[in-house]
Write a protein of this length. Structure first.
Length: 317
């Protein structure tokens, strides 16, 4: 087998400072950031998806952020293809590819080179499912998915028409569950040698405080107006189900106050952070850095750089 391609990754829960660390590492390693966030892909909704600003990007090239129209479907397979192409482009410029994000499924699928080639579609079957959904059978379709592939259903919101139908379509076309398909694809050796750094907190309360402060800042930046735009322009889009938008819907419908909606958003974001940590703890080769262990950001960066240098030595490809 040919030598594997070195790739860096900074992962962790929301509001942990992943983007800041990834940018700092790229400045030291002559790298470019490749986002691994399932919501930051969408164009026109930078606040709720916490897309880094030009200042936060720090003159480092960023990829796979804010490029997709709200009404356009996007799958894990789409991400893997784009990420593979982007890594090749980054390396062709003599730069180091640095993944950064909190969508564990994207990162795992890319790094483990999960093969989606066998996941062919069935247009007639999909059309029939779409018709059933339009006729009010969405709940029934989701229950069917729970029965046939409970693990896949756990990762999909019951109201996410696109993903529910796609999961059922893949079940029919392959005859295998998502876990079975992933297991088969993992038999193909990954072309990537990834050094993955995970950001974490020894005190969960510190993370929760940062999440609450981030939500407050988003509201000041105009999250409410952005959410109105999403509900107006992105009907049927995955973006509607994103944390930061769905929690504000009851406020727009007049069924709760704005403070109640914001409190719900904070709680859901904290719950999401816990799920992210649970996911990344399953990664066998992750190097955890606990924020409180370092006196300042410079010390954190030095620790991260040391991990990269230890992993590859002076040569990172």
């Amino acid at each position: 087998m040919s030598e594997r391609i070195p790739v860096g990754a900074v992962v962790g829960p929301t509001a942990s400072g992943k983007s800041r660390l990834a940018v700092a590492l790229c400045k030291s390693l002559s790298g470019e950031v490749i986002s691994a966030d399932s919501m930051q892909i969408y164009r026109g909704i930078p606040i709720g998806t916490a897309q880094p600003s030009q200042r936060e990007m720090g003159n480092i090239e960023h990829h796979l952020i804010g490029f997709l129209p709200l009404d356009q479907p996007f799958s894990v397979a789409d991400y893997v293809k784009l990420a593979e192409r982007t890594v090749n482009e980054v390396r062709s410029r003599g730069k180091f590819p640095m993944l950064c994000g909190g969508t564990g499924l994207y990162i795992r699928s890319f790094l483990h080179h999960i093969d989606f080639g066998q996941a062919v579609g069935d247009h007639a079957f999909r059309t029939a499912l779409e018709e059933r959904w339009k006729n009010g059978e969405g709940d029934l379709l989701y229950r069917e998915l729970q029965t046939l592939d409970a693990k896949a259903a756990e990762k999909i919101h019951p109201n996410n028409e696109i993903r529910v139908i796609r999961a059922l379509e893949l079940l029919k076309s392959t005859g295998k569950t998502a876990k079975e398909r992933e297991k088969e694809s993992r038999m193909i050796p990954s072309p990537y040698d990834c050094c993955m750094i995970g950001l974490n907190f020894r005190s969960r309360e510190i993370l929760y405080q940062r999440i609450n402060e981030r939500v407050d800042q988003m509201m000041k930046q105009g999250l409410l107006e952005e959410a109105e735009k999403v509900f107006r322009e992105a009907k049927g889009s995955t973006a509607i189900q994103a944390i930061g938008y769905k929690e504000l819907k009851p406020y727009f419908e007049g069924t709760c106050s704005l403070p109640e909606a914001v409190d719900c958003l904070k709680q859901h974001t904290r719950n999401y952070a816990k799920r992210q940590l649970t996911w990344f703890r399953r990664e066998e080769k992750i190097h955890w850095l606990f924020i409180e262990d370092y006196p300042d950001f410079t010390a954190l960066c030095q620790a991260a750089l040391h991990i990269f240098e230890t992993n590859w030595g002076a040569d990172k490809g």
